[in-house]
Design a protein around this ligand. Structure first.
Ligand code: PLP
Length: 422
């Protein structure tokens, strides 16, 4: 008789402490509205694959070329994920092993550069990512990083400035993409600049991969030879990442991920990535991607109508960046008050922010998670009103008003359940 047959080995039975923490988190996510643009609600199918016995298996190497035996199934799982990734995005090659977006980007440096080489990316406070050469990151410490900004008046990337900087600095690698960019990325424009200065263009589409897959944002394929993405943001898969590239760079990218940077891939994550890519290839995912953008625009318009100052004046995608300077409430105070009202978002630097990163002027919000729950334009109107009321309450210090908003948020949230593991 097996041990499992004799005893209840469920998490609930064996570790009620962790089980109850997970139950608390299910409740928190269910009763609040997630407006963090990098978060989402993965499907039950993705959650199930993530929780599978594939987590037990070591498989250093790639399908057909492994360093351990017993790969009969894992090889098929990884080959399926690769096949789905290349066909969904139309790329020559996919590596689905990076543990997350940051290591995926490090693999690109390892594949293409030597320490001290010049790389160019959008500066972090303007909306870039740490791994695009910011000073506290390895990428800023071990490489000569130069950064482009957004226009002070427009809040948008100015390709003329990018070109000027690229001509002056001659980077080997240029990153486009970032974490707080409310506007469409002009991959073609970046590609022309990279070509002109002989640089490699990398498109980091971590935030917008789901929009690209669903046809709600232009694709970098054909413009950027190397594309990096997380799988857990708009793409709505498990926490993980992928590198897509042309045939020419496939071997260098694969070698950089393994054995250059990582050991065994996380096979349970690979399976869940395959599930998410399968979901993303279906027509209803395209509907979701377009609704994410429609909701972004509706939320932005409703906020502008209520007198909010948005970086770049609005959005083309899933993300809205509010500059709260004119509202006279620091970003952190607003974010914490809204969190108490059940609206989860994050405080964020705005371009040319006079305040500090840990106490900046803005908040960043996004529509992927609420769109996954089935919300549409009418709900965006309500969310904009609650943000307005919550920010006012934060300024006046009215905890009673925050509690009232929270009550309304909970009522709406109850009508839009989140997917959970079986
Ligand atoms: C989220 C993000 C990353 C990093 O992903 P992690 O999985 O958090 O390491 C990299 N680049 C961009 C543009 C991102 O938005």
């Amino acid at each position: 008789m097996s041990l499992a047959a004799r005893t209840d080995e469920s998490l609930e039975a064996t570790d009620p402490e962790v089980a109850s923490l997970i139950a608390d988190e299910v409740r928190r996510q269910s009763e609040t509205l997630c407006l963090i643009p990098s978060e989402n609600h993965a499907s039950q199918a993705v959650l199930e694959a993530t929780a599978s016995v594939l987590t037990n298996k070591y498989s250093e190497g790639y399908p057909g070329k492994r360093y351990y035996e017993g790969q009969q199934v894992v090889d098929r799982v990884e080959a399926l994920a690769i096949e789905r990734a290349t066909s969904l995005f139309g790329a020559d090659h996919a590596n689905v092993q990076p543990y997350s977006g940051s290591p995926a980007n490090l693999a690109i440096y390892l594949a293409l550069l030597q320490p001290g080489d010049t790389v160019m990316g959008m500066s972090l406070p303007m909306g870039g990512h740490l791994t695009h050469g910011w000073g506290v990151s390895l990428t800023g410490k071990w490489f000569n990083a130069v950064a482009y900004d957004v226009g002070r008046d427009t809040g948008r990337v100015d390709l003329d400035q990018v070109r000027e900087l690229a001509r002056a600095e001659r980077p080997k690698l240029i990153f486009c993409g970032g974490t707080a960019i409310p506007r469409a990325i002009d991959f073609e424009g970046f590609a022309a600049i990279a070509e002109e200065v002989g640089a490699m263009l990398v498109a980091d589409i971590a935030h917008i991969a789901g929009l690209v897959a669903g046809g709600a944002h232009a694709s970098p394929v054909g413009h950027a030879p190397i594309i990096s993405t997380t799988t857990h943001k708009t793409l709505r898969g498990p926490r993980g990442a992928m590198l897509l590239c042309d045939e020419e760079h496939a071997t260098a990218i694969d070698r950089a991920v393994f054995p250059g940077l990582q050991g065994g891939p996380h096979n349970h994550t690979t399976a869940a990535i395959a599930v998410a890519l399968g979901e993303a290839s279906r027509p209803d995912f395209s509907d979701y991607a377009h609704q994410v953008v429609a909701n972004g625009k509706a939320l932005a318009a409703a906020l502008v109508e209520r007198g909010f100052d948005l970086v770049s004046g609005g959005t083309d995608n899933h993300l809205v960046l509010i500059d709260l300077t004119a509202k006279d409430v620091p970003g952190k105070v607003a974010a914490q008050a809204l969190d108490r009202a059940g609206l989860t978002l994050n405080y964020n630097m705005v371009p040319f922010d006079p305040r500090k990163p840990f106490d900046p002027s803005g908040v960043r919000l996004g529509t992927p998670a609420v769109t996954t729950r089935g919300m549409a334009e009418p709900e965006m109107e309500s969310i904009a009103r609650w943000i307005d009321e919550g920010v006012d309450a934060a300024r006046s210090g009215s905890e009673h008003e925050i509690e009232r908003v929270g009550q309304e948020v909970r009522e709406l949230a109850a009508g839009f359940p989140i997917p959970v593991a079986a």
